[in-house]
Design a protein around this ligand. Structure first.
Ligand code: SF4
Length: 239
C-alpha cells in the first residue's frame, strides 16, 4: 500500500495493541527499502536487532560510529552482526576523532556537547534521513521521563518515526533477551544501562532512570537524533 495516505492516528490506535514484531512488519511492508533503521548496539539493542533479523532480514542496519564509542560496543556490534546475520552499514563523521579533538579540545563534550553530537551523530545520519521515508529506532516509554509519551508512529519533518518497542518495559527486554539467548552488552553487568559515547556515559545507581548515566551533570538528555520535536501530534499524512 505504498503511496496511499497513512492515517497516523488510526494506525497508532491499531498498533498500540500489536506486538513489536507486527509493528515492525507493518513498517517494512509500508516503506520497504525506504525504511531506515539505526542501532547504537547499546545496552538493550539486542531485542530490536533480533526482531529485525527475523522480520526485515533483507534490509540493512545503520550504525553511527562517532569515534568516541566504548571498545566493548564495537566488539558487541561485531558479535551480534555475526550471530544474527545482519547487514550492518557503518556511517562516520566527516572529521575523524583525532582531528576533531585537535580542533575543538578534549573537553568539548563538557563545554558544548550539543555541538559534538551535532557533528558526530546528527550530521552523519542526515543524508540517510533525507533519503528515507521512515525511521525505526528502539525508543521506549519507560526509559526516561522524556520518552514517557513516545508513540508507535510519530512524524519528524517528512519522516515517519517508528518505535516498535515503545510499550516494552525493562522487564520485557530482559525476558526477550533471555528467551532468545541473545547476549547482553558486556557493560550492562557494570550497571551501564544506557550506553552511548565513552565521554558522556556513566553507570547508574539503583533507583535512577536507565538513561540517568547519559550526559550526567548536564541538562542534556538526548543526542539530537531522538529529540522528537513534533512528537505527540499524530496527524494524517501522505507517506
Ligand atoms: S554523546 Fe558525547 S562524545 Fe558522543 S557525539 Fe555526543 S557529546 Fe560527542
Amino acid at each position: 500500500m505504498i503511496g496511499a495516505p497513512l492515517d497516523l492516528e488510526r494506525e497508532n490506535a491499531r498498533l498500540e495493541n500489536a506486538t513489536p514484531e507486527e509493528r515492525l512488519a507493518f513498517a517494512a511492508e509500508r516503506f520497504g527499502e525506504d525504511l531506515l533503521f539505526t542501532s547504537s548496539f547499546g545496552a538493550q539493542s539486542g531485542v530490536l536487532l533480533h526482531m529485525w533479523s527475523v522480520v526485515c532480514r533483507e534490509l540493512p542496519v545503520t550504525f553511527i560510529d562517532t569515534g568516541f564509542l566504548f571498545d566493548e560496543t564495537l566488539l558487541y556490534r561485531n558479535e551480534l552482526t555475526d550471530r544474527l546475520g545482519l547487514d550492518v552499514r557503518v556511517v562516520r563523521p566527516d572529521v575523524a576523532h583525532d582531528a576533531f579533538v585537535a580542533s575543538y579540545g578534549s573537553e568539548i563534550q563538557k563545554t558544548d556537547p550539543d555541538f559534538c553530537c551535532g557533528v558526530n551523530k546528527v550530521a552523519p545520519i542526515a543524508p540517510l534521513k533525507e533519503a528515507a521515508r521512515a525511521w525505526v529506532s528502539g525508543l521506549r516509554r519507560d526509559q526516561s521521563r522524556t520518552r514517557a509519551d513516545v508513540a508507535i508512529l510519530e512524524t519528524e519533518g517528512h519522516l515517519v518515526r517508528v518505535h516498535p518497542l515503545a510499550t516494552l518495559t525493562t522487564f520485557d527486554i530482559a525476558a526477550y533477551l533471555a528467551q532468545h539467548r541473545i547476549p547482553e552488552h558486556p557493560m550492562v553487568a557494570r550497571r551501564y544501562l544506557s550506553i552511548g559515547c565513552a565521554p558522556c556515559t556513566r553507570a547508574v545507581a539503583d533507583g535512577e532512570d536507565e538513561r540517568a548515566g547519559r550526559w550526567a551533570g548536564s541538562t542534556k538528555t538526548e543526542c539530537g537524533l531522538h529529540a522528537r520535536p513534533d512528537a505527540g501530534t499524530p496527524s494524517r499524512a501522505d507517506r
